[in-house]
Design a protein around this ligand. Sequence first.
Ligand code: XBP
Ligand code: MG
Length: 249
Amino acid sequence: MLKALLFDVDGTLADTERDGHRVAFNAAFRAFGLDWDWDAGLYGKLLAVTGGKERMRYYVDSFRPDYVKPADFDDLVVELHKTKTGHYTRMLAAGGIPLRPGVTRLIDEARQAGLSLAIATTTTPDNVTALLRHSLAPDSPDWFAVIAAGDIVPAKKPAPDIYRWALDKMGLNAAECLAFEDSHNGLRSALGAGLRTLVTVNDYTRGDDFSGAVAVLSDLGEPGAPYRRLDREEAGVVDLARLNDWFQD
Ligand code: XBP
Ligand code: MG
């Protein structure tokens, strides 16, 4: 029986990367007088590494051989990331990033049916609560039995640790749950924890390898604006009846 839905955040609940995180990173770089500037194309490459601090280190190591790291580089990364989180959460508070099609509808239906909800994400906890509060409902962080986020596990996605941590806190087996992801790294993480996983793609992840997913969709769909299934000819709206069908397959 399907008992719980576990959601990734970035790219899955909302399109946060290109016009959210990326913009906030660039604002932080400017505030620190750095000449780092991540355009939308470069950011797509940087998404290979999850986690903002890890992504900045990856950028320096792989794209800026000219940059000379100061002795306190690790501290600089932490401070840059705090500044970036401040920018990002202010953007969310200003209502800057809406949820993707079907997300609010499906979460409402799942709550009414008594399913448990959880979050399993690489992003910083403050980012999750700000997005939920400002784009879903002010009290919506309380709707989630578990919010597993950020540095609570050292190994970020594609490692399965964040999903294992969430399952453990919920006291549920992977076989009782369904995960929602948007990227190859996220799918690997959820599958690694033994979770059946539904993928909704976005512009950055459309070309990713999604082998092993239950289904690969354009989005969750809304009445009047159905999803398109990418792995076969099908359109529709993701509701609990459809999830249960996929879950039982
Ligand atoms: C999300 C991420 C995050 C954000 C930045 O990956 O990689 O790192 O880009 O967030 P996923 P922070 O959707 O697979 O969880 O800067 O707060 O780390
Ligand atoms: Mg994601």
